[in-house]
Design a protein around this ligand. Structure first.
Ligand SMILES: [Zn+2]
Length: 331
């Protein structure tokens, strides 16, 4: 008995057929461009470990936002670098904080451009942790414990002040226990029932965040974030984290980083019916930029392959520092 040869190549014969049967197509509307806003004036400074990514002060931000809008990217994710930091991150929830000011400005220029506010305190605390900490000395070292419940209160204030400034989506990134529920009820109480929460549900304690900590000036001054971020070796734990966020009222679930965790993106896609967000983080960006600068890889081809892979894995939304480049290449 003989079998016919299966002619897989029939569907690959020409570009028209290939494009007709393509299963995953990336669009500019899938992308979110992160923006770092800083205090001061006249600042547009490149982050050395992230070529092509800049710190902008409010007076230099317009051109960047214009470009994002012209490229058809529907959303930005705002991170702020404040002038002053203290132990509880006061500048994170001040009504005239840098993120709040930038949000108001962007919404005044482009009411339809979605502003996603990163809701955390590590950029605003002098110790670089994501909330309030109790510090003590042990064997001459400063140690600290993050105070979960006390931190929640500050995070709620931060989220509400961001929504008040006009943020369309609140993206809490701290992973304290109960943070989604606390922020949901805080937003509801303040009259922001319609502002969705994009939860950093599954955030791994990853070495890929290195360049971001330079960008956001948020490296912990002592200890690390392993007590509130996940062990890269775990995947069942990702389901538990995502499940509790869903029960607490999250509207979108994020996996961070993306490249080394596409199995987690797929798992969440299959288990939950909420939109899934993949965050293609700073270290993933920097590696590609560095290799491209050496001439070792084709940047455009690699980036498009990676972003398409993230979408194929199940991401509905991709946060990436390559958004502008990718949107340009898609034209
Ligand atoms: Zn944080």
């Amino acid at each position: 008995m003989s079998f016919p040869i299966v002619r897989h190549r029939r569907l690959r014969q020409n570009a028209g057929i290939r494009s007709m049967v393509r299963e995953t197509v990336l669009h500019p509307e899938d992308l979110v461009q992160p923006i770092f806003v800083t205090y001061g004036s006249g600042v547009k400074s490149e982050i050395s470990s992230m070529p092509g990514v800049f710190h902008f002060s409010l007076d230099t931000l317009k051109d960047e936002v214009d470009e994002i809008v012209q490229l058809g990217i529907p959303a930005v994710l705002l991170f702020g670098i404040p002038e002053t930091k203290d132990s509880i991150g006061t500048s994170g929830f001040a009504d005239d904080g840098i993120v709040q000011e930038a949000t108001r400005l962007i919404k005044s220029w482009y009411p339809d451009l979605l502003v996603i506010a990163d809701t955390c305190l590590c950029e605003f605390t002098d110790h670089g942790h994501c909330g309030m900490v109790h510090t003590y000395e042990r064997d001459g070292h400063v140690c600290g414990d993050v105070l979960n419940d006390e931190s929640l209160e500050l995070l709620v204030r931060t989220a509400v002040s961001q929504a008040k400034a006009g943020a369309d989506i609140i993206a809490p990134s701290n992973m304290m226990d109960g943070f989604v529920q606390a922020i949901r009820s805080g937003l509801d109480d303040a009259g922001f029932q319609n502002v969705p929460i994009m939860s950093y549900s599954v955030k791994y304690a990853s070495a890929f965040y290195g360049p971001f900590r330079e960008a956001a000036d948020s490296a912990p001054q002592f200890g690390d974030r392993k007590t509130y971020q996940m062990d890269p070796a775990n995947v069942r734990e990702a389901l538990r984290e995502a499940e509790s966020d869903v029960l607490e009222g999250a509207d979108m679930l994020m996996v961070k980083p993306a490249m080394a965790y596409l199995d987690v993106v797929r798992l969440l896609r299959d288990q939950f019916d909420l939109p899934i967000v993949a965050y293609n983080v700073s270290g993933e960006y920097s590696m590609i930029k560095a290799a491209a600068q050496q001439g070792w890889i084709s940047e455009k081809a690699i980036v498009m392959e990676l972003l398409t892979g993230m979408k194929r894995a199940g991401a509905d939304i991709i946060i990436t520092y390559f958004s502008k480049d990718a949107a340009r290449w898609m034209r």
